[in-house]
Design a protein around this ligand. Structure first.
Ligand SMILES: Cc1cc2nc3c(=O)[nH]c(=O)nc-3n(C[C@H](O)[C@H](O)[C@H](O)COP(=O)(O)OP(=O)(O)OC[C@H]3O[C@@H](n4cnc5c(N)ncnc54)[C@H](O)[C@@H]3O)c2cc1C
Length: 751
């Protein structure tokens, strides 16, 4: 046996996606990081040991423009390229490669942290070290660092350090949560094992082992949908342990889950009710995926209203968008739905104060153990959201070291600096405008080769008829005002067509929330032609509008496969049937899905000029859709190469040029076998470009980078040392991965 001590700047305990993102974030800011995981594979519940698919703010495509950027965004894009079939083994390597690519990370796999040395009085503790045992290597390591991150999911580090934690459900009154029980109760979301099946191409029998449970003696067959073709995360509802102690009863819970899986498989194979002759069991998980245990208490506790009412925080450092997704404590033995879900109208913010312990001054946390009530945790717990928090917490750990302060000190004195740093790194956060004093682009004049003409689909887009049997909503950016809307229509008889402009409420929302103007347009019977609706709206600041065209018998709109930047199509629905999940049709997000016409646009025109896609949108913006697309879109590349240019009145000395391209955050990219997207690379991404500068006093362009086959959203190009001051910089785009125009979300020049 060996024993040694290792010193780091930052120690991250737990290698789920929150820990992975935290470690990468801190390492990229030049911190020496130890990432410790007690299992051999990174990824936590998303790893091939558990196989939960990674979901996030898109909420399976229910939220709009909501896919996370940042580190989890990079993992999504890489996985889509390398592993479009969603093989969990390849996902493991996507995650491992991302960690191994950071020379500042020392990875300790198979290393279980069990001891924490903390000093100081209750309420003001400080962690001095944590100690882990590496299985198979008979090695004990004491990790010493000035700052620690608890990404264990279970909040074990915080618990051992003396941090307060919440377990179970808060009472309704404590945080004024109408979804909470009247009295607090110590029950949880249960744990789950998943299983995979495969068609072996010939009949195969299954002899149930003694441990298989007879599921006919349980409510499962009548209250859950069992389909022979389902596999993996489709069986999320095989859940149990909510009335036990999730951690201390972990072994018992695993045995029960495994016996039920074998019982379900016996039912599928041997009941005669399923077409399953050639199906065999390929894999059963052995590590229970835990949903819930401790939530460490921070300086703020995220609660139901923050999610549903989308509280704006001046320390918002990450966002979520998953519904508040709560499960019955009886899990798979409950007779009602396996989950009830409640959506906010758009993505919600997570404040930094929920990411550090109120009692342990050098402890940050990210993932399912953050400071939240049970109800808010129900929305924040999905893994891309956990990774977004991890990126924020890892970035904060680094900034805290630079500013020689605690996380609380960072909140009190440097929270805007933290948000600007996150934006500079292209971390996923919303509603933060680039005001980075180190971004020289903010003081430059911005110009471009051109701008995409109009907001609607181009004239060459092929259109198909779409009968107007349901209300249709066309989401368009309004910048600065809307004065008329034209839509291509055919009508079987003379009709009055109702056209309305709706505002969306908060800038991140993309639902018709408030009626701003309504008109009725007389449409005579006849073939397709442009119809002008004289709707008007002038918001105080740039905003998205939803132009609702009300359903009308005998009227046809036309839809194209070309979806212009900043545009989405909503279709009103009155159907939300799913036996396993209960959602509410009272919610705008559920009433107005994008799914029926995803990726397609109604043929429309906006006759007034718009600034929504102007070159200035790539500088000093939000770097995400927020009240508009916040990007520059060029004229079609078929006309000429596209360039975006910055000029300074006085020469500037720059260190690095950072580009952020559009990777279409509306598309859900799931890591496993769900909602498969056909594109290996998002078509909106820039493929080929070069970066050029003009050295002060010179009219010549000097190339500093040339890139082909780009697959990333954020690219950083350091300027050669000794280059001196520059007068101008530009990016020249010659190809995208499919979009007709170049799209640039941010052009930053960092000093
Ligand atoms: C069955 C199931 C279905 C779910 N459905 C979804 C879904 O569809 N999509 C989605 O995104 N999310 C889903 N979730 C929620 C999500 O998986 C969790 O909330 C999320 O994994 C939490 O991330 P985390 O990084 O905090 O913790 P985890 O993913 O649990 O990772 C924690 C890591 O820390 C390690 N660790 C723990 N203790 C120690 C220690 N003492 N020392 C060293 N390492 C330690 C663990 O081995 C693990 O690798 C589901 C969860 C379950 C169980």
């Amino acid at each position: 046996m060996r024993s040694h001590t290792a010193d780091y700047d930052v120690v991250v305990v737990g290698g789920g996606l929150s820990g992975v993102a935290a470690a990468i974030a801190a390492a990229r800011l030049d911190r020496r990081v130890a990432l410790i995981n007690n299992r051999p594979v990174l990824g936590g519940n998303s790893s091939s040991e558990v196989r939960v698919w990674v979901c996030g703010a898109t909420a399976h495509g229910n939220q709009r423009w909501a896919r996370e950027n940042g580190i989890i965004g990079e993992l999504y894009l890489e996985n889509q390229y390398r592993n479009p079939d969603g093989n969990p083994i390849h996902w493991d390597d996507v995650v491992l490669d991302a960690v191994r690519a950071e020379p500042n990370i020392s990875l300790y796999l198979n290393t279980d942290v069990r001891d924490v040395v903390a000093t100081g009085p209750e309420g003001a503790r400080r962690i001095e070290s944590v100690t882990g045992w590496t299985m198979g290597a008979e090695t004990e390591t004491r990790f010493v660092a000035p700052v620690f991150l608890d990404c264990t999911g279970d909040g074990l580090v915080g618990h051992l350090a003396g941090a307060r934690a919440r377990l179970g459900k808060e009472s309704r009154g404590e945080f004024d949560e109408d979804w909470a029980p009247e009295e607090a109760e110590r029950t949880f979301l249960g744990s789950t094992l998943l299983f995979y099946t495969k068609d072996v191409g010939h009949p195969v029998r299954f002899v149930a082992p003694a441990s298989a449970k007879s599921i006919l003696e349980t409510p499962i067959p009548s209250s859950r949908i069992i389909r022979s073709g389902d596999s993996g995360a489709h069986y999320w509802w095989i859940e149990w342990g909510g009335e036990l102690d999730i951690v201390h009863d972990n072994e018992r819970i695993r045995d029960e889950l495994r016996s039920v899986i074998l019982g379900i498989w016996d039912h599928i194979k041997n009941s005669g009710e399923f077409d399953a002759e050639n199906l065999d069991l390929e894999w059963i998980g052995n590590v229970p995926g835990k949903r819930e245990y401790r939530r460490l208490v921070g300086d703020y506790t995220l609660h139901q209203r923050d999610v549903i009412e989308q509280t704006r925080f001046d320390d918002g450092v990450a966002f979520g968008g998953w519904s508040i997704d709560l499960h019955p404590k009886e899990g798979m033995y409950a007779t009602g739905a396996g989950a009830v879900q409640r959506f906010s109208n758009g993505v919600f913010e997570i404040p930094f104060r929920s990411l550090y312990s109120a009692d342990v001054e050098n402890l940050l946390m990210a993932g399912r153990d953050i400071s939240a009530t049970h109800i808010a945790f129900g929305a924040a717990r999905v893994m891309a959201t956990c990774a977004a928090m991890g990126e924020a917490a890892g970035t904060a750990a680094s900034l805290g070291l630079a500013r020689r302060t605690t996380p609380r000190g960072l909140y009190e004195n440097h929270r805007e600096e933290l948000r600007q740093l996150l934006l500079r790194q292209d971390a996923p956060l919303i509603g933060v405008v680039d005001a980075d004093p180190a971004n020289l682009a903010l003081s430059a004049r911005v110009s471009a080769s051109g701008v995409r003409a109009g907001l609607g689909p181009s004239d060459i887009a092929v259109a198909r008829p779409h009968p107007l049997t349901e209300d249709v909503g066309v989401v368009v950016p309004v910048h600065p005002c809307l004065d008329g809307f034209e839509v291509r229509v055919a009508a079987e008889q003379d009709v009055d067509l109702a056209v309305e402009v709706w505002s969306t409420g908060l800038a991140q929302n993309v639902v018709p929330e408030r009626l701003e103007h309504a008109v009725t347009v007389a449409v005579a019977a006849g073939d397709a032609r442009w119809v002008h609706a004289p709707v008007r709206w002038e918001p105080e600041t740039p905003a998205n509008a939803v132009i609702v065209v009300r359903a009308q018998t005998g009227v046809t709109l036309f839809v194209t496969d070309e979806l212009p930047p900043g545009v989405l199509t909503l279709v009103h629905t009155s159907d939300a049937e799913d036996q396993n999940v209960q959602v509410s049709l009272d919610e705008l997000l559920v009433q107005w899905p994008t799914k029926p016409l995803r990726g397609r646009s109604v043929q429309f025109r906006v006759p007034t000029a718009s600034e929504a896609l102007a070159p200035e949108r790539a500088v000093g913006g939000y770097q995400r859709p927020f009240g508009g697309p916040n990007l520059w879109a060029s004229a079609p590349l078929t006309e000429a190469e596209a360039w975006l240019r910055l000029d300074w009145d006085r020469p500037v000395v720059a260190r690095e040029i950072v580009l952020v391209f559009d990777d279409d955050p509306d598309i859900e990219l799931n890591t496993l076998h769900h909602h498969r997207d056909p594109h290996l690379v998002m078509p909106s991404l820039v493929d080929t470009y070069r970066v050029e500068i003009q050295v002060a006093g010179s009219e010549e362009w000097t190339e500093v980078a040339t890139v082909a086959d780009n697959r990333r959203r954020r690219r950083s190009h350091p300027l050669p040392p000794g280059m001196g001051a520059i007068d101008a910089a530009r990016v020249v785009v010659t190809a995208t991965h499919g979009a007709p125009e170049a799209r640039i979300v941010a052009f930053r020049v960092q000093e």
